[in-house]
Design a protein around this ligand. Structure first.
Ligand code: ADP
Ligand code: MG
Length: 243
């Protein structure tokens, strides 16, 4: 099967600091890829390059075999197809839950209001937030906000959804609800790239796992290979912290 997304020899430099070095990845449709690694290893920068929040310094990123870094590439269309769920939720605080999930659909995808509402309600139902459609983000717990963040992202019908530590800002008792929503999404066949420190979850849900260390992919493989039988010393050291 051909890749949905392919990263080739990607490099990113901030000033003199090379944060990503020769990153190579392939993600097939329906696949769940997890990226693990210590803080500062470049995980967020990689996600931000993939959705063009950062401009890569060199290398190539192909989506459906099209070079997304080419001058004539339609970045607006691409951004609509590549969703992102942030650690800090990034909801619109002045809008209610339903509006948060419809505004992108009407303004970016030009769906009519009724269709946008129908899709938003379906997704809010899936994450258990349908009872809160009229609430403002400030009235919700962190876990509830993140579930709205997920419903909002999925309402845009993305082809691939990126998650950057979606549970790291949550109180422990809120984490499982969010992970359950993500698991349900993975089971729908959505392609997902996930940065997480939830190792049990990553092991459970991932088709492929990448371990990053100091800007390089130090090791990659199936969830079983990485978690049961890591080969690299630095992978072993990293994973020991989560035992
Ligand atoms: P991770 O998500 O794995 O914790 P990041 O991708 O956030 O790692 O950061 C990798 C490195 O890049 C860190 O040293 C960080 O300080 C640096 N970095 C990230 N973003 C910027 C930026 N906008 N400007 C300068 N340095 C940055
Ligand atoms: Mg990060």
């Amino acid at each position: 099967m051909t890749s949905l997304l392919e990263v080739n020899h990607l490099e990113k430099t901030f000033g003199t600091h090379k944060v990503l070095k020769d990153i190579n990845l392939q993600v097939k449709p329906g696949e769940v890829l997890s990226i693990i690694g210590s803080s500062g290893s470049g995980k967020s920068t990689l996600l931000r390059c993939i959705n063009l929040l950062e401009q890569p310094t060199s290398g190539a990123i192909n989506f459906h075999e099209q070079n997304i870094l080419a001058n004539n590439f339609n970045v607006t269309d691409y951004r609509a197809k590549v969703g992102m769920v942030f650690q800090s939720f990034n909801l619109f605080n002045n809008l209610d839950v339903l509006q948060n999930c419809t505004i992108g659909q009407t303004t970016v995808l030009h769906r009519d209001a009724a269709e946008a509402k129908k899709i938003a309600l379906e997704q809010l139902e899936t994450v258990g937030m349908a009872p809160y459609i009229n609430a403002k983000p400030a009235q919700l717990s962190g876990g509830q906000m993140q579930r709205v963040g997920i419903a909002r992202a999925v309402s845009m019908s993305p082809e691939v959804l990126l998650f950057d530590e979606p549970t790291s800002a949550l109180d422990p008792e809120m984490v499982d609800g969010v992970l359950d929503s993500m698991r349900a999404l993975a089971h729908t066949g959505l392609t997902m790239i996930l940065v997480t420190h939830e190792m049990a979850f990553a092991r459970d849900i991932s088709d492929h796992v990448v371990f990053m260390d100091q800007g390089v992919i130090a090791e990659e493989g199936t969830a079983e290979q990485i978690f049961e039988n890591p080969q690299e010393e630095r992978t072993k050291t990293f994973l020991k912290r989560y035992l």
